[in-house]
Design a protein around this ligand. Structure first.
Ligand SMILES: [Fe+2]
Length: 300
């Protein structure tokens, strides 16, 4: 890991914007904030002005993801590394940076096709934050907004890893590969969070690029209550409550109205410089089984 940096924000394009918005606010429990831009909706859950941005459109996928470097020097080192790997990095103009509410903004397209924004200075909000569904709030700060996980064709996994490690400056935390399986998941850290980004290499063409994003709440009770709300919402819950083997996260994964998943968790491990990457063979210590409600899910 050459420089500490953070996952700062996620931009998604969603077909049913109203339903997705309702889901983030009422089910997950993030705080909607007024976007200064028409056609864009935003949510925050810490002191930053926003963490998730949504526009309406057919993709049902991530449009961009922002990583915040601690200063201009570390941002420039990342740009130099990316360019030396052959990636085209472009500086965005002041208006574009202002739109994202950051000081510096550069863009590069990740090998898996999502626009990656390298930024400094994501603005801090002056407004008070009300998170009635998450007493104690979310773990962010130096650990960033949480994590994002993208799906890539298996053959492109190593290109993606090179981009994240040799380009952006992350380090491999560990990887999940079952004996003989034609799939692998690689987890990368950019700070103390076990992974800010992971890539799942699949033997088939992925249905969309974003598999899920994760928000880390302050307590198990908050996660449990969010799980109850997700059940009540009625969309499938591919992984009920459980604890991951690698990052120790107690969490569940629910399908959002956009098709990609959200993971709501708590208690992830913190990695340090002594961390050694390892291979592991099971995603979870326990749980994370598909949740099957006793009653059929309501037709939505
Ligand atoms: Fe996750």
């Amino acid at each position: 890991m050459s420089d500490t940096f953070q996952l700062a924000y996620l931009g998604v394009e969603v077909a049913d914007a109203a339903e997705f918005g309702r889901y983030l606010t009422e089910t997950v429990g993030l705080a909607p904030v007024r976007s200064p831009h028409s056609g864009e909706s935003r949510w925050r859950y810490d002191d930053k002005v926003y963490r998730v941005s949504m526009v309406e459109g057919p993709a049902n996928d991530a449009s961009y993801v922002g990583y915040e470097y601690q200063d201009l020097a570390s941002l420039e080192r990342a740009i130099t590394r990316l360019r030396s790997l052959g990636f085209e990095v472009s500086a965005a103009d002041e208006a574009a940076a202002e739109r994202r509410q950051v000081t510096q903004l550069h863009r590069v397209t990740a090998p898996w096709g999502v626009s990656v924004e390298l930024v400094t200075g994501l603005a801090t909000s002056q407004d008070s934050l009300d998170l009635p569904l998450h007493p104690g709030g979310f773990r962010t700060g130096d650990h960033g907004m949480g994590h994002v996980v993208f799906m890539v064709p298996f053959a492109e996994l190593d290109d993606g890893a090179k981009f994240l490690v040799d380009g952006l400056g992350m380090a491999l935390t560990d990887y999940l590969q079952r004996e003989g399986a034609p799939a692998r998941a690689d987890f990368f850290h950019a700070n103390g969070r076990h992974h800010s980004t992971a890539l799942i290499g699949l033997p088939v063409a992925p249905p969309q690029r974003l598999n899920h994003f994760m928000v880390e709440s302050a307590s198990m009770d908050n996660v449990g209550r969010a799980f109850d709300r997700a059940v009540a919402f009625g969309l499938p819950i591919p992984r009920g409550l459980g604890r991951h083997d690698n990052d120790g996260m107690f969490s569940f994964y629910a399908e959002t109205p956009a098709g990609f998943l959200i993971e709501v968790g708590t208690g992830g491990v913190v990695v340090d410089d002594q961390w050694e990457a390892r291979r592991y063979e099971r995603a979870s210590m326990w749980g994370h089984q598909p949740f099957m409600p006793a009653e059929p899910l309501p037709t939505r």
